[in-house]
Design a protein around this ligand. Structure first.
Ligand SMILES: NC(=O)c1ccc[n+]([C@@H]2O[C@H](COP(=O)([O-])OP(=O)(O)OC[C@H]3O[C@@H](n4cnc5c(N)ncnc54)[C@H](OP(=O)(O)O)[C@@H]3O)[C@@H](O)[C@H]2O)c1
Length: 216
């Protein structure tokens, strides 16, 4: 079991990650811009699943963690990474960011670097292994511990060892993780989410997701 940090861990996706990875036995460090908010959230998660769940500011959260899940809105992506860049060297950064352009969240919006994860890798350099995943798993599914989340978690990255580590954590989240290739493919993964948000709204779903067929 490892030490896992969740930057922006007070949010919707962060809650599901903390609950499920904490329940699986990892030491969880919930991060926030406001340490008190993270400590309060850690207390709630600990009350539900037990284990070693702590909270603090984002810089505190990533210190000592091997794997860092980045769970902030795209509007905060660059600024958050700039602030944490030095502390992320030598770690695995799991970037779940979808570069949405509110209020038009049902339309594909490619950022300047074509993908949030590619922008993260460019900013952080080779010392941090960026893996992109979870773009198609809604927070409603992730935080509902009574059911396994629906759909597959497609994952991409350029560091094979980092991908293996994250594939292991996806299993612990109750997901089938599928290696979807190099980090360049994050462009496609991130771009698919606005379509899923559209489908969710159009068909009044609790959260449309993707399942790949033809893979045993
Ligand atoms: N929600 C989903 O179903 C879903 C599914 C797949 C992927 N995603 C992606 O996952 C990421 C997180 O989504 P979410 O729904 O969990 O987001 P969220 O709840 O709106 O925000 C997550 C956390 O980010 C921090 N944050 C918010 N605004 C910020 C800002 N301007 N600067 C710095 N930090 C800020 C906040 O933490 P503090 O205020 O405590 O610092 C907040 O609790 C997003 O990039 C989203 O595209 C979401």
């Amino acid at each position: 079991m490892s030490v896992v940090a969740i930057v922006g861990g007070t949010g919707k996706e962060g809650l599901g990650l903390a609950l499920r990875l904490g329940k699986a036995g990892h030491s969880i460090r919930i991060g926030s811009r406001d340490g008190a908010r993270a400590r309060a959230r850690a207390g709630e998660v600990r009350a539900r699943v037990g284990g070693t769940i702590d909270g603090g500011d984002n810089a505190w959260a990533i210190a000592g963690a091997e794997v860092v899940w980045l769970c902030v809105p795209y509007g905060a992506h660059h600024e958050t990474l700039v602030g944490l860049a030095a502390g992320l060297a030598g770690k695995i950064l799991v970037d779940i960011t979808v570069p949405l352009a509110p209020p038009k969240v049902t339309r594909v919006s490619l950022p300047l670097g074509l993908s949030a994860a590619l922008e993260a890798q460019e900013l952080l350099g080779r010392e941090t292994a960026v893996v992109a995943t979870l773009h198609h798993v809604s927070s409603a599914h992730l935080s509902d511990l009574a059911h396994a989340p629906e759909g597959d978690a497609l994952l991409c990255g350029d560091d094979e060892r980092a991908k293996e580590v994250v594939l292991g954590q996806l299993v612990e989240l109750g997901l089938r993780g599928l290696d979807a290739g190099p980090l360049q493919n994050a462009i496609a993964l991130e771009a698919m989410t606005p379509l899923l948000i559209h489908l969710t709204k159009r068909y009044k779903s609790a959260g449309a997701s993707l399942r790949v067929t033809g893979i045993p």
